[in-house]
Design a protein around this ligand. Structure first.
Ligand code: PGA
Length: 252
């Protein structure tokens, strides 16, 4: 059975003070016995603070991005080895904000995924279509291309078992508009089908999270869908009470 995962993407938000307060509340209210795995993704500069606060807790954490390169003259980049050295468990790759605002294409995202997984991290591959793509009827085609960029590489196929996938329709991120549970389920089932063509076992074990304006008020119906194994939560993860409520709604 796939253990549900709720991940909080803090994006470029927070300060030492606010992160301290947020994490302390999350730690106090999260009950690992609920069976839902919890993870947070702070900006790089707060990784050490998060590592210290979360040591000896079951809450996992990771980075929001990683370089596809191992080391060298890449000013401003952070390697998978560095994140691993730090104790990160997860790393997000190919978030739509990275793709859209920073020009990351499918191949670069696949390279990041492979580098991260081979280094020992557990990458979360974000995929999703824009509103234009959905309205043109191209949702499945776009998602398939995003997945095949990874699956067409033999290392990618192999490393996928270490990963998690997050389906995040771009039109639902930070907009307050969520995909309906049926819309999300349809794409999640499609993702699992594409992966099953390569490896049925991996497809059955792989966790596929939904992301895009998840809130405590809409999480239950989304998490009830058979191919939705949890959520990647942006805005609502900055509110400890809301985030924990979402986590509790993900119980199987
Ligand atoms: P949101 O962000 O929950 O604020 O829509 C989700 C994400 O970008 O991962």
């Amino acid at each position: 059975m796939r253990q549900p995962l709720v991940a909080g993407n803090w994006k470029m938000h927070g300060s030492r003070e606010s992160i301290n307060a947020l994490l302390r509340k999350i730690m106090a209210d999260y009950d690992a016995a609920c069976g839902v795995e919890l993870a947070v993704f702070p900006p790089y500069t707060y990784l050490q603070q998060v590592q210290e606060l979360l040591s000896n807790t079951p809450i996992r954490w990771g980075a929001q991005n990683v370089s596809s390169e191992t080391s060298g003259a890449f000013t401003g980049e952070i390697s998978a080895e560095m994140l691993q050295d730090f104790g990160c468990h997860y790393v997000l790759v190919g978030h739509s904000e990275r793709r859209r605002l920073f020009g990351e294409d499918n191949l670069l995202v696949a390279m990041k995924f492979i580098r991260a997984a081979k280094t020992g991290l557990f990458p979360i591959l974000c995929v999703g279509e824009t509103l234009e793509e959905r309205e043109a009827g191209n949702t499945e085609q776009v998602i398939q291309q995003q997945l095949l960029a990874l699956l067409d590489i033999s290392d990618g196929r192999e490393q996928l078992r270490r990963g998690v996938i997050a389906y995040e329709p771009v039109w639902a991120i930070g907009t307050g508009i969520t995909a309906t549970p049926d819309q999300a389920q349809q794409v999640h089932a499609f993702i699992r089908k594409i992966i099953a063509k390569n490896d049925e076992n991996v497809a059955q074990q792989l966790r596929i999270l939904y992301g895009g304006s998840i809130k405590a008020s809409n999480a239950e119906a989304i998490f009830a869908m058979p191919d939705i194994d949890g959520g990647l939560v942006g805005g609502a993860s900055l509110d400890a009470k809301e985030f924990i409520e979402i986590t509790n709604l993900c119980k199987r």
